[in-house]
Design a binder for this molecule. Structure first.
Ligand code: GRF
Length: 233
């Protein structure tokens, strides 16, 4: 059983997925406190609905380090072991990271190290990548640079907008964040430098995704004839 502190700044759909998975007995964890730096966000409603202690800790007027010191105090006071950033829109300083070394997790809506930062969905559509996804990682002193725990991949379609891609990725976020927490709760996560190993956990089956989808060639098709480029008709 792992005691969590969840930090939020917004709607908290990832928080909700974690709460649901804990309630269903899929994640062996307790949320000891939910802390928001922004008042009146929907994540706080979710906390109330589920009877989870929550508090608003505004950051205005505080140096980043001083703010993080207050976070550390609030988290320690509740006996938190693992800190979960769930849409917490602040840069974390070493003050928090040293107090919870390799015990702060974040979810990022892209396949890191590609597309760090914010507004990633439009950037992915504009860049023309054929796959996107999400990443749960331990937080280090960089931005979106910490050791990667788990990733999920989704295709990007020709008619995608930032919103449709966001929705597809978010669905996967709601799966993998809980899985990362459960791997931690089971004591399986081993950090070796940049690499996080999931000890005694099954390997992902070898499959591939090709986008646009693969065609199976039974014989060498015409398109491969000297110098001609593919035109699918
Ligand atoms: C998600 O896109 C997550 O990847 C990012 O912040 C957003 C949080 O959404 N870190 P929600 O508040 O969990 O709905």
């Amino acid at each position: 059983m792992v005691d969590l502190g969840v930090l939020v700044s917004g709607s908290g759909s990832n928080l909700q997925a974690i709460i649901d998975n804990i309630e269903k007995g899929r994640v062996d964890a307790r949320i000891k406190v939910i802390i928001s730096n922004v008042p009146e966000v929907y994540a706080l409603e979710r906390a109330k609905k589920h009877g989870i202690p929550s508090t608003v800790l505004p950051h205005k007027g505080l140096r980043r380090e001083d703010y993080d010191q207050r976070l550390v105090e609030a988290l320690k006071a509740k006996g938190v072991e693992l800190v979960i950033l769930a849409g917490f829109m602040r840069i974390i300083t070493p003050v928090l990271l040293r107090a919870f070394s390799m015990r702060v997790m974040n979810i990022h809506p892209a396949l890191l190290p590609s597309f760090p930062g914010t507004h990633v969905w439009q950037a992915e559509v504009d860049y023309g990548v054929k796959f996107a996804g999400c990443t749960v990682h331990f937080v280090d002193e960089g931005t979106d640079t910490g050791p990667i725990i788990i990733q999920a991949v989704v295709p990007v379609y020709d008619d995608d907008t930032a919103d449709t891609l966001n929705a597809r990725i978010l669905e996967q976020e709601h799966r993998i964040y809980s899985q990362a927490i459960q791997l931690y709760a089971e004591g399986r996560l081993e950090v070796h430098g940049r690499r996080v190993l999931a000890r005694d956990f099954p390997k992902a089956p070898y499959t591939s995704m090709i986008n646009p989808p693969a065609r199976i060639f039974d014989k060498v098709p015409d398109i491969w004839q000297a110098g001609r480029l593919c035109s699918w008709t």
